[in-house]
Design a protein. Structure first.
Length: 165
């Protein structure tokens, strides 16, 4: 089955007692435009979102007929959960993770990063409140940042000024 567009969101979709067949995706597959996977019911799905910038999110409805609905579910994975205590900690952690070009997620005032032992050890050694948990990575923090410069106007310096004010 070829799917080229989403048709709704599960929480606002009229299910009318239809069976929900989930297409489980890993967090890193959520931004793929072309993907072939099996649903929990064994249906082969070919995602081909070529004409749009696609982010597959939890509960996206991809197909519906009289008896079933196919919806996306993001699988939980091991991640680092960071609970920054201050704005300064938020800025510092985001800067450290950004310098490593790692994806950063946000959930209920916690920062989440896919688990990497060296990063976990580093954050723990720096004194941040971190723990390892299995969680769904759903809300990617999107940023557009200018390249690193030596000028006094760098983004990091601006953030530090704001947190020290």
């Amino acid at each position: 089955m070829i799917i080229q567009q989403k048709i709704g969101q599960l929480d606002s979709f009229d299910t009318n007692g239809r069976e929900i067949d989930f297409l489980f995706l890993e967090w890193y597959e959520a931004r793929k435009k072309i993907l072939i996977k099996l649903t929990t019911g064994g249906i082969e799905i070919s995602l081909k979102f070529l004409n749009e910038s696609t982010v597959h999110t939890e509960g996206d409805v991809l197909f519906a007929d009289d008896s079933s609905i196919i919806a996306v579910s993001i699988l939980p994975c091991d991640c680092i959960v960071i609970q920054p205590a201050t704005m300064f900690e938020i800025a510092s952690v985001c800067y450290d993770i950004g310098n490593r070009h790692l994806p950063l997620f946000y959930d209920a005032e916690e920062l989440l990063v896919p688990f990497e032992k060296p990063l976990y050890s580093l954050l723990k050694a720096q004194g941040y409140s971190v723990k390892q948990e299995s969680r769904k990575l759903l809300q990617l923090l999107k940023t557009t940042v200018a390249p690193h410069t030596g000028s006094s106007d760098s983004l990091f310096k601006k953030i530090m000024k704001l947190t020290n004010a």
